[in-house]
Design a protein around this ligand. Structure first.
Ligand code: NDP
Length: 444
């Protein structure tokens, strides 16, 4: 049996009931076959894949807090410190009821490769909790965040592990987490990214993941002699990534006709009015349904179905496995020619295979959403320098990083005889860097 097949079997057996983690490992290892086969003897001897798929450390902890009725609630918190081969652990915190160890491990594993692609010195980590911030008062969110940090603080640090936001963790949550870290440790340091601008945050961090997604999509289109100008774009989600992807796509001349949340989606053939979405989602923490109540040209549909809307380009920006084979077929049938992932692993394996086999362009999240973590690393640099850069400076660096990622992944795919297969290109380019660093540092 090949080393890759043996490892896939072993990972599934050793990590039972963690299907998302299995899915992420299979996707990466399958596309690394040509690289692994070239060096199979060395990698086997070094147990490189065993080490790569085993987190350096997993912390799981109790998070007790008191709700507004005086009732004590208990959630479970996690931090997975997956790989420090190329830098301190770096990756977001997710607060969502679906969170369990398998989700955090899949995200932490993906993060290793994504971070390597940025070209910046950051390792892979991820964390979170099954806490649901939806419908909670600000005081409840603060109580939860303070309790979460009261355990987490001992495992993180500006040169050790630097968490950031993800689903359910935005500026408000990062603020409460940072305040508690500072209170416990007495340190005013860059231990979290995505901070507010008045206490060490970076300009353009809020926009970075969505903007970065559109910058790299633009690179992809340019490489195929096209542009975003005049293209119709469908976006899922209406959170941080979705909103700023829509904003940049519009700035580059595309028409964004749809956005969604976990309840349903809106279709606005005249183009989404983002100021209204921002007011609903960023200010009032409302539902996307309210958009159709405010905009006469828009129609709201309850449930899944955003991928049935005709478009040229689809940007899934909500959550994992939100675009399945049936959705991919609907997109193709309606003329969509490119799917670029804003979320982490939003496309199922079957859908990814269909998209690639049917000749559509496909950018995997670990490359196309890397702008967020890259800008987080720029926030770390500014914190270390005790300086802040202008929006334009950070944005220009972000654009450069995304262009560089596109070059790396397209070159790696071509080098291994799979031109245009950016999944393969991303995994190969990232793995090369991580594997070299692991080998150089000996058996740790
Ligand atoms: P937000 O919490 O800001 O927004 C998430 C959006 O996705 C919301 O509209 C939410 O709807 C929707 N959503 C979440 N879960 C589900 C679900 N199970 N089914 C349908 N819709 C869902 O998160 P972000 O925008 O930060 O993150 C979105 C994706 O991007 C995630 O996969 C995240 O890992 C990834 N990502 C984020 C980065 C960042 O910088 N923020 C960086 C790189 C990747 P609702 O409000 O109804 O829950």
């Amino acid at each position: 049996m090949s080393y890759v097949d043996e490892m896939i079997e072993r990972v599934v057996a050793k990590n039972p009931a963690e299907p998302e983690f299995h899915q992420a490992v299979k996707e990466v290892l399958n596309s690394l076959r040509p690289v692994i086969e070239k060096n199979e003897e060395l990698y086997r001897k070094e147990a490189l894949l065993e080490r790569l798929t085993e987190p350096e450390r997993i912390v799981s902890f109790r998070v007790p807090w008191v709700d507004d009725k005086g009732q004590v609630q208990v959630n479970r918190g996690y931090r997975v410190q997956f790989s420090s081969a190329i830098g301190p652990y770096k990756g977001g915190l997710r607060f969502h009821p679906s969170v369990y160890q398998g989700i955090i491990k899949f995200l932490g594993f993906e993060q290793i490769f994504k971070n390597a692609l940025t070209g910046l010195p950051i390792g892979g980590g991820k964390g979170g909790s099954d806490f649901d911030p939806k419908g909670k008062s600000d005081r409840e969110v603060m109580a939860f965040c303070q309790s979460f940090m009261t355990e987490l603080y001992r495992h993180i640090g500006a040169d050790v592990d630097v968490p950031a936001g993800d689903i359910g963790v935005g500026g408000r949550e990062i603020g409460y987490l940072y305040g508690q870290y500072k209170r416990i440790t007495g340190l005013y340091e860059g231990v979290l990214t995505g901070k507010g601008l008045t206490y060490g945050g970076s300009l353009a961090r809020t926009e970075a993941t969505g903007y970065g997604l559109v910058y790299i999509t633009d690179e992809l289109l340019k490489d195929h002699n096209m542009s975003l100008e005049g293209k119709t774009v469908v976006i899922s989600g209406s959170g941080n990534v979705a909103i700023y992807a829509a904003e940049k796509a519009q700035q580059l001349g595309a028409k964004v006709v749809s956005m969604s949340d976990s309840n349903g989606y809106v279709y606005d053939p005249e183009g989404i009015k983002l100021d209204i979405v921002k007011d609903i989602k960023e200010k009032r923490r409302g539902r996307i349904k309210e958009y159709a109540e405010a905009v006469p040209s828009a129609k709201y549909t309850e449930g899944k179905g955003v991928w049935t809307i005709p478009c040229d380009i689809a940007l899934p920006c909500a959550t994992q496995n939100e675009l399945n084979l049936e959705d991919a077929k609907a997109l193709k049938a309606n003329g969509c020619f490119a799917v670029c992932e804003g979320a982490n692993m939003p496309t199922t394996q079957e859908a990814t295979d269909f998209i690639q086999e049917s000749g559509m362009l496909f950018l995997p999240g670990k490359a196309s959403n890397a702008g967020g973590v890259a800008t987080s690393a720029l926030e770390m640099t500014q914190n270390s320098e005790r300086l802040s850069w202008t929006f334009e400076e950070v944005d220009a660096k972000l654009k450069g990083i995304m262009a560089n990622i596109y070059t790396q992944i397209s070159r790696a795919a071509k080098e291994y005889g799979h031109e245009g297969n950016y999944v393969m290109g991303a995994n190969i380019a990232a793995f090369a860097k991580v594997a070299e660093a692991m080998t150089a540092q000996g058996i740790v």
